[in-house]
Write a protein that binds this ligand. Structure first.
Ligand SMILES: O=C(O)CCC(=O)C(=O)O
Ligand SMILES: [Mn+2]
Length: 195
């Protein structure tokens, strides 16, 4: 376990929360069983496929809207429940939904953003599980005048927690890479507040 000491944040990394065998099993299960979907973003009136596949699972009615899309959750399946029930007691937090991303290769990624949608409430706890190829996870302050930077290599079977004021003060991204890289699955467990 490693706690980062960036200002206005609470970021904790558990590099090997799952053994290699467990992580391999979860990757295989999720890759084949999750209902992966290609979503599109509209930029200047043109539709572009997002550079990754996505799926939203959770308790019934936990609707999630982001980047102008509305996602209705699929019901929980066993491998997701296994992961959820392992991480909840570790961070003493209950989750009611999970966003999954499949980065098929280095051309897939996710641009700078923070997880600050209003349905996540104030100071959300985000639990991010990584399976498959390791990728760089970059952090930078929302304040453009601040040149602090952080980089975490998210490895197979790891858990990254972002809590406290992290989403208010920091942006994060998964950059694309020209290096050959195998597929990666990321799960971000979230708690959708009732509205
Ligand atoms: O793939 C990752 O590690 C990050 C995913 C992410 O930031 C998100 O789903 O909001
Ligand atoms: Mn995010």
């Amino acid at each position: 376990m490693f706690e980062f000491s960036l200002p206005n944040s609470k970021i904790i990394y558990y590099p090997n929360l799952w053994s290699l065998d467990e992580a391999n099993f979860l990757f295989k299960e999720l890759k084949s069983r999750i209902k992966w979907q290609q979503y599109y973003i509209t930029l200047f009136g043109k539709n572009h496929p997002q550079p990754r596949l996505t799926a939203w699972y959770g308790d019934q009615g936990k609707i999630y809207t982001y980047s102008g899309m509305t996602l209705y959750p699929h019901g929980w399946i066993k491998p997701l429940i296994i992961v959820k029930e392992k991480i909840e007691p570790i961070i003493n937090t209950k989750f009611n939904s999970v966003l999954l991303n499949l980065y098929r290769d280095g051309k897939d990624g996710m641009g700078w953003h923070s997880d600050n949608e209003k349905e996540l409430g104030k100071k959300p706890v985000i639990a991010s599980v990584s399976l498959g190829a390791q990728r760089r996870f970059l952090l930078k302050p929302r304040d453009k005048k601040n040149n602090l930077r952080e980089e975490i290599i998210l490895s197979h079977g790891s858990l990254l927690i972002m809590a406290g004021e992290t989403q208010e003060y920091w942006l994060h991204q998964i950059p694309k890479t020209s290096k050959p890289v195998a597929p990666r699955i990321n799960l971000t467990f979230r708690f959708i507040v009732d509205n």
